[in-house]
Write a protein that binds this ligand. Structure first.
Ligand code: NAP
Length: 293
């Protein structure tokens, strides 16, 4: 039987509807939600992205401010901008658009964001709190993975989970979050010997690497929940032999669907849920700032 495919677009739409209700209720209680995005050295693509962010925020009732800085801004001036947004009580969430142009230091700038306004969960203080099991705000992609696992119906307590890819912003936070929910977690990475030996044990398999079709059916335990985080642009030939660009994940969807119990597609899986989690984090941040006052 083919795997059940989780529809990320439908899940994201449900979350956006919840977020819109929460934003309206916060507004009624005198706490409007406002997201500020800092964009350094904006090109056309970044501006388009910011425009779609503005529309998305508007659709759930958030105010939005784009703060643009020149590509040659100094690290000190970037920090001064973040400090200003931290101090502005009308701003309840801050996003730093990446990548920053060289030689700006991304980690230093992320450190600067008030952990209560860090809606992407990228400040090392927020990532560190995951280790104590009491996160303030978690990275959006890790939250999206957890949401997908929850929707699969899998019981995490005692389950064997394998996370392939151990980046600080995706793989490791997912590993920590699954551990905190009492799964038995194996973290695989570039130095892992015999990846298949580990992945074939996994009742829950999360792949966050950035290599197209790294995981085929032979790496998957029958009935497993397979969450594909990867986003890769590849060139393929269509039926007429023409080259076309397509977005694929790290999992070979067609072959793995025949083996897994539940699977997430790319596109239309973790990606849209990650964006929805950014909105949910923005609500969480606004609520926590209110409690802090
Ligand atoms: P990253 O920083 O490049 O990390 C990739 C990780 O995979 C690193 O730990 C790397 O190890 C490891 N790795 C590389 N080759 C491997 C292999 N053959 N076997 C096992 N591990 C291997 O990337 P990222 O930011 O975590 O993102 C991963 C993927 O998720 C990318 O495709 C990205 O576009 C996508 N992504 C999607 C979303 C979403 O919303 N859906 C959000 C964020 C990222 P080394 O560093 O030691 O080489």
């Amino acid at each position: 039987m083919p795997a059940r495919c989780l529809d990320g677009n439908a899940i994201a739409a449900e979350i956006r509807a919840e977020v819109a209700r929460d934003a309206a209720s916060l507004l009624d209680n005198g706490c409007p939600v406002k997201l500020a995005a800092v964009l350094v050295g904006s090109d056309e693509a970044s501006r388009l992205y910011a425009e779609s962010q503005r529309k998305l925020c508007g659709s759930v009732g958030f105010a939005y401010e784009l703060v643009e800085l020149p590509a040659d801004v100094s690290q000190d001036d970037l920090h001064a901008t973040i400090d200003r947004l931290n101090a502005d009580a009308s701003i309840t969430g801050i996003i730093l658009q990446l990548p920053l142009p060289a030689p700006l230091d991304t980690a230093l700038a992320q450190w600067r964001i008030d952990p209560y306004k860090d809606v992407e969960g990228v400040n090392p203080a927020n990532i560190g709190l995951l280790f104590y099991g009491e996160p303030l705000i978690q990275p959006c992609t890790a939250l999206a993975v957890l949401e997908m696992v929850r929707r699969s119906g899998a019981v995490l307590r005692g389950a064997r989970a394998v996370v392939v890819g151990q980046s600080t912003i995706v793989g490791r936070p997912v590993t920590m979050a699954l551990l905190a929910r009492m799964a038995t977690v194996t973290g695989c990475h570039i130095a892992t010997r015999d990846l298949a030996e580990h992945t074939r044990q996994a009742e829950i398999l999360v792949v966050a690497v950035g290599k197209p079709r790294l995981v085929g059916a032979e790496l998957v335990r029958p009935g497993a929940v397979v969450i594909d985080v990867g986003i890769n642009r590849v060139v393929q030939r269509d039926a007429g032999g023409r080259e076309v660009k397509r977005t694929v994940g790290d999992v070979d969807f067609d072959s793995v669907s025949a083996v897994a119990g539940t699977i997430t597609p790319v596109p239309g899986g973790v990606g849209p849920v990650t964006v929805a989690m950014l909105l949910r984090n923005t609500i969480e941040a606004a609520r926590k700032q209110r409690q802090r006052r």
